[in-house]
Design a protein around this ligand. Structure first.
Ligand SMILES: NC(=O)c1ccc[n+]([C@@H]2O[C@H](COP(=O)([O-])OP(=O)(O)OC[C@H]3O[C@@H](n4cnc5c(N)ncnc54)[C@H](O)[C@@H]3O)[C@@H](O)[C@H]2O)c1
Length: 369
């Protein structure tokens, strides 16, 4: 695909909470415009229209194929429910459009593999970017920079805690059932497994998890069915370089300060990124016990803060820059597969009560990830 010098025209597929967040962010990026939207739900189309503004030209579709074939878009953002990702992404991969794919990649490992293989086999020259925007949170970015500078030495442990509010109500209650989401440890925490992979730069070997649905949604019923999505878990991951990760997820813990805390400990020190407070704490063992430097972190260049602390805006800036310069995606579908795979393994571990060897999943999967 030729280098893009004119405005980049975006189509947004799925205009719910995240889709409208994308619309606001795309429109905040210089040289980008939203020209089309697709959603089967009239109220969501109305949200999209409000988000782009009453004077903008916006083509509306109910079927993603009509949008993809409209000739009105250079790039699409896929922000429809998780169980639709596989079909929509395969259809988008067939067309010569740039793609930003919301997480999680797909709801099963087999579907993840199929889309990765389809993208690899495609002849279209374009950017396919995986939306894992927790990489772009300001304290996370600073932490990643410090890691590269060797601030804590060789990473030995990564502990990520997400303590937050329950899943919000959604159209058709799609997020109440694991068959639609892939399971909470895929749907929600693929972000954190992605961060662990990025921080350790290692391959996961073994996953052990304990989790359940202890509090949330137990009093809800949809067509006679009670939601089955777990709301709390501990997940432990062994990596092939001897480092280990731990995830602590609780979704009935909104009465707390930080939604996410990312703690990385190496042989020479420890760092903590506190996402809601937007702080980074750094301690070096050589400086002595309890000596910690606390930095307030802010991203100067963010033009739209939105629901994710400016991270979606920064993700879109990089996606658009890759489109303009014909650069490869910095966050790939394979990153989407790897981050989801740890979630699939964690769910399997909870179901069986035993650790899951990632080699078993890789063998089943047939892809070397
Ligand atoms: N990156 C993040 O932090 C983050 C945050 C929230 C949601 N998400 C992801 O974004 C996606 C959407 O989540 P949401 O919270 O916006 O859900 P939502 O229910 O608010 O919005 C989904 C929209 O997609 C529409 N839709 C359903 N089927 C469709 C189809 N076949 N084609 C086009 N549109 C369709 C629905 O009508 C709805 O308007 C999910 O994959 C979710 O995991 C990511």
């Amino acid at each position: 695909m030729a280098e893009q010098t004119s405005r980049i025209r975006y189509g947004v597929i799925g205009a719910g909470m995240m889709g409208t967040e994308h619309i606001h962010n795309v429109m905040a990026v210089d040289g980008s415009v939203v020209t089309a939207v697709c959603d089967p739900h009239p109220e969501s189309l109305e949200w999209a229209r409000i988000a782009v503004g009453p004077t903008a030209d916006l083509a509306e579709f109910h079927d993603h194929r009509e949008l993809l074939d409209s000739g009105l878009v250079d790039a699409v953002v896929i922000a429809a429910p998780n169980h639709t990702h596989h079909e929509i992404l395969l259809d988008a991969i067939e067309r010569p459009v740039h793609i930003l794919m919301e997480k999680p990649l797909c709801t099963t490992l087999a579907d993840c593999r199929e889309v990765v293989e389809a993208a690899a086999a495609s002849d279209h020259e374009r950017v396919i970017w995986m939306g894992l925007e927790y990489r772009y949170m300001a304290p996370t970015q600073r932490l990643l920079g410090e890691l590269e500078a060797g601030t804590v030495g060789d990473v030995k442990m990564v502990a990520i805690r997400e303590h937050r509010f329950p899943f919000l109500p959604k159209i058709d209650h799609w997020n109440r059932f694991s068959r639609n989401t892939g399971g909470t440890l895929v749907e929600k925490t693929c972000h954190f497994f992605d961060l662990m992979l990025l921080i350790t730069q290692a391959r996961p070997v073994r996953v052990y998890a304990s989790g359940g649905q202890s509090v949330n949604h137990l009093d809800e019923s949809y067509d006679g069915e009670t939601p089955d999505i777990l709301d709390n878990a501990y997940v432990v991951i062994d990596f092939d370089d001897g480092s280990r990760g731990m995830l602590d997820l609780c979704m009935f813990a909104e009465a707390s300060v930080n939604e996410q805390e990312i703690v990385v400990t190496g042989d020479v020190g420890k760092m903590e990124a506190l996402v809601t407070e937007s702080k980074l704490r750094i301690g070096r063992r050589a400086d002595g016990m309890h000596v910690v430097d606390t930095q307030e972190i802010h991203h100067a260049g963010v033009k739209h803060v939105g629901l994710h602390h400016g991270s979606s805006y920064l993700e879109h800036v990089d996606f658009a820059a890759a489109i303009r310069t014909n650069a490869p995606a910095a966050v790939t579908l394979m990153d989407g597969l790897r981050s989801a795979a740890i979630g699939f393994a964690a769910h399997r571990s909870i179901d069986t009560g035993a650790p899951v060897m990632m080699s078993d999943l890789r063998e089943l999967d047939g892809l070397d990830w």
